[in-house]
Design a protein around this ligand. Structure first.
Ligand code: UGA
Length: 423
């Protein structure tokens, strides 16, 4: 059955949600507050790097099922469902700033038709479904939590082929109507109360971040005892209770979600009287991981006055997003130690950091460098001409923070090579 859906906020969650729902056959209006964004999107020009999203946006526009509009209140008048997909940035104290969410709820309230359901997809602290209800002051409109589990770079695939859909509501009928929007998707759909749905989102991200900090900590142990982390993790992952996914060691984890959500769950727990010491440890291990990578570089070259090539600036491959990027966390530490960083990323054209210059290609980044750091796991970096790089660098040192390169091939060219968790 076709429903009319308004999506408030055309960021990567809102835009993916809107485009995918229109692909599933619903009529969707996406609203945003930035006029240029709305104008570009209306022409099928997608401002973010997200596999398959442009195709779905163009498909939606051409079929007449997807349109874009400036301002939330104009978009909701006819809507059966209103998805709130606005940002919930981190405040100074680590908690989530809910002002965008409350403002959006207050703005749309008077314009909603009777029988509409408001759905919250923004990542919000437990209890926020209630806050949205309070901001709307409409006892006739149910508010449902439907957290997103989309990864940047594969958001479209994750939406259309999810591991699960979680719906939180005290209103069973409203929950059932939201569940029906996903009829074209094959996945377990679970309905629970709002607090459990909201907690599920934080708990999932916190657990994944824990898995990664554990992986990086095991990598440190492997370095200390002379084991190879790749083999250790492979051996662990065969245990079905552990699994192979999300066990890649790296320079630390980052992005717009894990750092924010990890701090938020610590703050939520604290507000309710629980000291989430485990999670504090997970964050500390991650900060230490950035320092560990910097120490590896400092062990092969004097950082003061050095030129360091950095391949990869995005927080992971497949995206142009540099928010809380581990690459930049490492770069800023190198700059603080007196080095200049020449960075290259296939998807990133500029970064605002003194001491870091973004250059046009990988070879330009290596020119005259005292060491090379592989910071993001782009496939392109596997196929670089190592001889050309060796000829252009001032000193031949590689710190491969993603264990991406063929270390034998690297060493054969006379480079010193350090990976993460293996010699
Ligand atoms: C993450 C979650 O994976 C999604 O399920 C969730 O919906 C999303 O946050 C969100 O809350 O919106 P995302 O931030 O796109 O998705 O990134 P991930 O793919 O999870 O990667 C996070 C970080 O961990 C990156 O820096 C990545 O390089 C690192 N990572 C990931 C590793 O170092 N090793 C791995 O094995 C996997």
């Amino acid at each position: 059955m076709t429903s009319k859906i308004a999506v408030i906020g055309a960021g990567y969650v809102g835009l993916t949600t809107g485009a995918c729902f229109s692909h599933l056959g619903h009529d969707v209006i996406c609203a945003d507050i930035v006029p240029e964004k709305v104008e570009r999107l209306s022409k099928g020009d997608v401002p973010i790097h997200e596999a398959g999203l442009t195709e779905l946006v163009v498909e939606g526009i051409e079929s007449g099922r997807l349109s874009f509009m400036l301002g939330a209140k104009n978009a909701v008048a006819e809507a059966d469902f209103v998805y709130l997909c606005v940002p919930t940035p981190q405040s100074a104290d680590g908690s989530a700033d809910l002002s965008y969410l409350q403002d959006a709820a207050a703005e749309i309230s008077a314009h909603l038709k009777a029988g509409a359901v408001v759905v919250n997809k923004s990542t919000v602290p437990v209890g926020s479904t209630r806050l949205v209800e309070q901001a709307m002051k409409r006892s006739d409109i149910p508010v449902v939590s439907n957290p997103e589990f989309l990864r940047e770079g594969t958001a479209v695939a994750d939406f259309l082929n999810p591991d699960r859909v979680v719906i939180g509501s005290d209103d069973q009928a409203a929950a059932g109507r939201v569940a029906a929007l996903y009829l074209g998707v094959r996945a377990p759909i679970m309905v629970t109360d709002p607090a459990s749905a909201e907690t599920c989102k934080y708990a999932a991200n916190a657990f994944l971040a824990t898995k990664l900090s554990f992986t990086n900590a095991i990598a440190a142990v492997c370095e200390a005892v002379g084991a190879d982390v790749n083999d250790v993790l492979l051996g662990m992952g065969y245990d079905h209770r552990i699994g192979h996914e999300f066990l890649r060691p790296g320079p630390g984890w980052g992005g717009s979600c894990f750092p924010k959500d990890s701090r938020a769950i610590i703050s939520i727990a604290e507000d309710h009287g629980y000291d989430f010491a485990l999670m504090r440890g997970v964050v500390t291990v991650n900060d230490e991981q950035f320092d560990r990578i910097v120490r590896k570089v400092g062990s092969v070259t004097q950082l003061e006055g050095a030129t360091i090539a950095m391949l990869g600036l995005a927080f992971k491959a497949g995206t142009d997003d540099t928010r809380e990027s581990p690459a930049l966390a490492v770069a800023s530490r190198l700059v603080a130690a007196g080095a200049t960083v020449q960075g290259y990323d296939p998807a990133v054209t500029s970064v605002d950091m003194d001491g870091l210059e973004v250059v046009a290609d990988a070879y330009a980044a290596c020119e005259g460098a005292n060491a090379l750091v592989i910071a993001t796991e782009w496939d392109d970096f596997k196929w670089l001409d190592l001889d050309k790089i060796a000829d252009s660098m001032a000193e031949k040192h590689i710190v491969d923070a993603r264990n991406l390169l063929d270390r034998g091939a690297v060493r054969r060219r006379g480079f010193s090579y350090q990976g993460v968790g293996r010699s």
